[in-house]
Write a protein that binds this ligand. Structure first.
Ligand code: COA
Ligand code: AMP
Length: 634
């Protein structure tokens, strides 16, 4: 249900009475014990929401809809063009499946607070595993399937899971991703060992199980007592989701249960304009925050039907797949990353394939994950003939910081802007000294504390790192890591990251993590990775390698090994395909690598030679090396 009033009224209403606003939104949730207040500031600047409440996330996402008589409504549609199959699961079936899986986990010792890692492809069982954890109050941590064993091992050592739930394989177009050997390698590599693993055997590949440690999904659940929902306190972590920072050590974003339920439920009606019975589709992956908030929890909390899509925008089988799914399942609200539309536009520039399908049920398209370029927005507007809503958020926030809340009021779209701040977010643009700047002036985008419910209160087992990464730079604010400006009408413009994070096909990646991998190559003395503009993926990583003195192996061979190393250590999702050997890297006199200047050269943008540069001649060498690779493009 959307809130009544104009956007301005509602936003101002929240500013005047934030406590009243969130307590009002909390009424839509089924509580075991309702909260007596919304915000707790005892640990400020680490804030908590609905701390004294008791609640269960699985109850709110599943059971309550069955109890209310909607058990026959479809909860999940699995549409897999890769396996050419469609499967539907009702809310009643989902409840039974999740209760049984939770019962089996409980029988093996999983309790409230235990961590469970989930490493699965886009199958409904991934959502069931998340919900089974939520049912028991266990804290899940989903790891994206495109990450390599090493990344999984890092997460195992940080989260210390009692169990890992995985599938035998994932399916990429033309390639079976062998999950089980990756899982085995990760467990070998990690210092922490899970007590047991549950493996969903897919028919495309039956994995070899390790006796005593691994259990097959079905036999594991045979004959167990289904589990009821376990109440947890409002601040109990629902999940940990690791995201890229500036180093190879990912940050474990913590999502407390109650704030997550209240905020996501609020967004479904007010931002996405959907309610119970509507079909909502987020074409992302359960391994990303979009998958947590808008494939799993958000739509289910609101009683919608959610789609689990195992395919790509193109090639499965063609650029008409999205339109087929929208038609076949009556999708009302659709969410994806701009890169998916760029892929479709490249294959079907005139949108001819759209005409083959009836997509008249579609009411809006939502884009996020990266900057939505004007061409993509205009193309989508022209061909889909529905509002195209860019909205801006992060793994850390779990839901949109800025959006056009069409459930409240459809504001005029300004192309290039994700529109306006959502209630709960006091967004400001700051100069280096932490002072708000005038409208239209570029600066660091920060949110005045406290952040709203549903956002991160801290990082897993790392309060200090949380403060250092997000709070220390601008006291009293959360530093988003994005730079941009706010115009005279209060519309936000997100222009770039202020750190070493890059965005490749909507996937957030750390250039620092890639540099750590490259630096480990025996012939590499020093290196730098930058994100260069890419027509399809938004950005692509590009590496510069300085070799050890005396290395006389062919450069092509070393580059090939380095490309292979990043794929092996981080995973195919890093899409690290290009690197070159250079004699030196451009640096400031204090030794800081001038990555920003290198990006400008690669993208063909004008740049000023930094006054602090150690040796300006190196920029000419970089320009030559980039030219040899075909940069700047076009
Ligand atoms: N498991 C294993 N491997 C995976 C994977 C997964 N879940 N997801 C991606 N990969 C692999 C791909 O197979 C590819 O490997 P390759 O180098 O062998 O080809 C690599 O990781 C890069 O994948 P991807 O980023 O998907 O690029 P692509 O070239 O295969 O496809 C697009 C390009 C634009 C079609 C694709 O990026 C896309 O659909 N993007 C949508 C973005 C999105 O949903 N983002 C989520 C945030 S909202
Ligand atoms: P992730 O945590 O993977 O969701 O990535 C978050 C980052 O992606 C943000 O900090 C931005 O840099 C970028 N991003 C997400 N949505 C948008 C958007 N609508 N416009 C511009 N950048 C975006």
């Amino acid at each position: 249900m959307a809130t009544a009033g104009s956007y301005r009224d509602i936003y101002d209403g929240w500013r005047t009475d934030p406590e009243g606003f969130w307590m009002g939104a909390a009424r839509a949730i089924d509580w075991v014990r309702p909260p007596s207040k919304a915000l707790s500031a005892e640990k400020a600047p680490l804030y908590e929401w609905f701390k004294d409440a008791e609640v269960n996330a699985c109850w709110n996402a599943v059971d309550r809809h069955v109890e209310a008589g909607h058990g026959e409504r479809i909860a999940i549609i699995h549409d897999s063009p890769i396996t050419r199959s469609v499967r539907k699961i009702t809310y009643a079936e989902l409840r039974n499946r999740v209760a049984t899986l939770a019962g089996a986990l409980r029988a093996k010792g999983i309790e409230k607070g235990d961590r469970v890692i989930i490493y699965m492809p886009m199958v409904p069982e991934a959502l069931e595993a998340m919900l089974a954890c939520a049912r028991l109050g266990a804290i899940h941590s989903v790891v994206f399937g495109g990450f390599a064993a090493n990344e999984l091992a890092v997460r195992i050592d940080d989260a210390k899971p009692k169990a890992i739930i995985a599938a035998s394989c994932g399916l990429e177009p033309g390639r079976v991703v062998h999950y089980k050997p990756l899982l085995d390698a990760a467990i070998d590599q990690a210092s922490h060992k899970p007590a047991f693993c549950v493996i969903l055997q897919r028919e495309q590949e039956v994995a070899k199980l390790i006796d005593g440690r691994d259990f097959a999904w079905h036999s594991f659940q045979y004959g167990v007592q289904p589990a009821e929902c376990v109440p947890v306190s409002g601040d109990h972590p629902a999940y940990i989701l690791y995201t890229s920072g500036t180093t190879g050590q990912p940050k474990g974003v913590v999502r407390p249960t109650a704030g997550h339920l209240v905020a996501l439920n609020w967004t479904m009606g007010n931002i996405y304009k959907v309610g119970a019975g509507d079909v909502f589709w987020a074409a992302s992956d359960v391994g990303w925050v979009v998958g947590h908030s808008y494939i799993c929890y958000g739509p289910l909390i609101a009683g919608c039907t959610t789609i689990v899509f195992e395919g790509k925008p193109v090639g499965t089988p063609d650029a008409g797949t999205f339109w087929r799914v929208i038609q076949d399942h009556g999708v009302k609200s659709f969410f994806t990353a701009p890169t998916a539309f760029r892929a479709i536009k490249r294959e079907d520039p005139q949108g001819e394939l759209i005409k083959d399908y009836d997509i008249s049920g579609l009411r809006a398209l939502f884009l996020a994950g990266e900057r939505a370029d004007p061409d993509t927005i205009l193309w989508a507007q022209r061909h889909l003939k529905v509002p195209v809503i860019d909205h801006w958020w992060q793994t850390e926030t779990g839901w949109a910081i800025a959006a056009n809340p069409i459930g409240i009021e459809e504001l005029p779209v300004k192309i290039g802007s994700p529109s306006v701040p959502m209630p709960g977010y006091d967004v400001q643009v700051l100069d280096e000294g932490g002072h708000p700047v005038a409208p239209g002036t570029l600066g660091a985008i920060a949110v005045k504390l406290p952040l709203p419910p549903g956002t991160l209160p801290t990082l897993w087992n790392a309060d200090e790192r949380f403060r250092k990464s997000y709070l220390d730079h601008f006291p009293g604010y959360y530093e988003t890591g994005d730079a941009g400006y706010i115009d005279e009408d209060g519309y936000l413009y997100i222009m770039a990251r202020t750190d070493d994070v890059i965005n490749v096909a909507g996937h957030r990646l750390s250039t620092g993590a890639m540099e750590e991998v490259l630096a480990a190559h025996e012939d590499v003395a020093e290196c730098a990775v930058i994100g260069v503009a890419d027509d399809l993926k938004g950005q692509a990583p590009l590496g510069f390698l300085c070799l050890n003195k005396g290395t006389n192996r062919p450069h092509g061979e070393i580059v090939k090994e380095c490309v292979g190393l990043v794929r092996e250590k981080i995973g195919p999702v890093a899409a690290f395909k290009t690197a070159c050997v250079v004699d030196r890297l451009p640096k400031t006199r204090s030794g800081k690598i001038l990555r920003g200047t290198m990006v400008k050269i690669a993208d063909g943008e004008a740049y000023k030679t930094p006054a602090t540069i150690d040796d300006p001649a190196i920029l000419d060498e970089i320009t030559e090396a980039l030219k040899a690779l075909g940069y700047p493009r076009g």
